[in-house]
Design a protein around this ligand. Structure first.
Ligand SMILES: NC(=O)c1ccc[n+]([C@@H]2O[C@H](COP(=O)([O-])OP(=O)(O)OC[C@H]3O[C@@H](n4cnc5c(N)ncnc54)[C@H](O)[C@@H]3O)[C@@H](O)[C@H]2O)c1
Length: 414
């Protein structure tokens, strides 16, 4: 198998996780260049993968100025910084692995797809849920006809109370102007997954949603502006002290989300971040505006329907019920249960994937995606890519339509 070379644009949380594939499979992948403005993350990648100095940059634009020197690029910058690098690197002939969401508008997504097709490159969007052990087992059950033809689907994404507080109230995806809508930032994965499993085109869509809880009006009497200085902190489930210190660092957990607060995880650095940084703010006093609960209804070809719920107010995880003409399926990322209407028996399938490596993230989806992308580049054949340009554009258009429906209060046809 040919050894593949990649460059990384944005060596933050996601960029470094994907690059780990090279550390674990040095005979299959090498990281030969990086663009990252933050010294710590850039230096870490240079050190770990021994990247020559001439291939190290602080901005993707300088990297894109260089003559093409790798097979492909991982683009893992923030949501609003995907379009330009994706198009530039595609135009230079690099194969592209692009973080989701593709881009914050339908027009930008279409521009990216156009550039991908014009240059005939291999392209994968990081819809990691398509690549999990769980999804491939579930898809096999559906494709085997075990539950007949899918008639409807009920899917819920429990973002979880502390994850919502971390990413969507205090963190990078809290404000639509700065990043994107909640549905695009978090649940584009879910609408994409529903569309993948349904296997038919979505015809029309409607949605409701609101920012119900994380608002000034909900702030308890006597609460402070930072958790370190708040009389209500001991009884607040969203306390940053609880989320980052007592429930994680104090129990020896130093990875995500704790390492988002500071690259060098020490008690002192975390306390400093809670004192001065965004992650120590009261959840009722942030500049957040993305929704904390949303529902979406979808009509697919052939009269099939699906509903999706996103909520902050739950333990966390995704659960699905799929209703077919011959049976019913329940799945929750680690278990699948298939009930057969004919035999009235339930078959259970255990799909627990190892989370041991960084690439075990998202139920093995991070590793599964890298495996597919690297293999596709090695063989120069995109057949193993499950999240190519057309499928991804289609599910992103569903997200934009759902948001339009939520804002305008109308059913939107696709
Ligand atoms: N697929 C998934 O499941 C998943 C999960 C989390 C995040 N994401 C997406 O991944 C992307 C990155 O998220 P993250 O958590 O890694 O964020 P991050 O902030 O840790 O990483 C983004 C990096 O881009 C760098 N950057 C900024 N300007 C740059 C420039 N001009 N040139 C090169 N690099 C630049 C930043 O310094 C930062 O290190 C986002 O779009 C996010 O929505 C996807």
């Amino acid at each position: 198998m040919k050894k593949v070379s990649l460059i990384v644009v944005g060596a933050g949380g996601r960029g470094s996780s994907y690059a780990q594939f090279a550390a674990e499979n040095p005979d299959r992948l090498e990281i030969v260049g990086v663009a990252e403005p933050r010294d710590f993350y850039r230096n870490e990648m240079v050190r770990k993968y021994n990247i020559p100095e001439k291939n190290v940059f602080t901005c993707w634009k300088d990297l894109a100025e260089r003559k093409k020197f790798a097979d492909g690029v991982i683009i893992a910058t923030q949501d609003k910084m995907h379009t330009e690098p994706a198009i530039r690197f595609a135009n230079k002939g690099y194969h592209v692995m692009l973080e989701k969401p593709m881009a914050p508008t339908a027009r930008e997504c279409e521009r990216i797809v156009k550039a991908v097709k014009k240059n005939n490159i291999i392209f994968a969007v990081c819809h990691v849920l398509r690549y999990t052990t769980y999804t491939s087992a579930l898809k096999k059950v559906i494709d085997s006809g075990a539950i007949g033809d899918i008639v409807s689907m009920q899917h819920i994404e429990e973002v979880g109370w502390w994850h919502q507080a971390h990413s969507f109230v205090r963190g990078n995806w809290r404000n639509e102007k700065e990043s994107s809508s909640m549905l695009l930032a978090k649940s584009c994965h879910d609408l994409d997954w529903i569309s993948y499993i349904m296997g038919h085109k979505c015809k029309s869509i409607s949605s409701f949603g609101s920012l119900k809880h994380f608002r000034k009006e909900e702030k308890p009497e006597g609460a402070g502006t930072r958790c370190l200085d708040c009389g209500c902190e001991p009884s607040c489930p969203y306390s940053a002290i609880r989320i980052y210190l007592t429930e994680r660092l104090d129990k020896g957990k130093t990875g995500w989300p704790v390492d988002v607060l500071t690259p060098v995880v020490t008690r002192e650095n975390i306390l400093k971040a809670l004192q001065d940084g965004p992650y120590g703010r009261c959840v009722y006093e942030c500049d957040n505006d993305v929704v904390d609960n949303q529902v979406v209804s979808m009509l697919f070809e052939g009269g099939r329907t699906a509903t999706f719920t996103m909520t902050a107010f739950a333990k966390g995880g995704r659960k699905t019920r799929i209703f077919g003409t011959r049976g019913e399926l329940y799945g929750d990322s680690s278990n699948i249960e298939v009930f057969d209407f004919l035999t009235e028996k339930t078959e259970k399938i255990d799909t627990n994937a190892s989370e041991g490596s960084i690439l075990g993230g998202h139920g093995g989806g991070d590793g599964g995606l890298m495996e597919s992308f690297v293999s596709a580049l090695a063989d120069n054949a995109p057949s193993g890519i499950l999240s190519g340009p057309d499928a991804t554009l289609e599910s992103h258009l569903m997200v934009f339509a759902a948001e339009k429906s939520r804002i305008r209060g109308k059913v939107i046809s696709l």
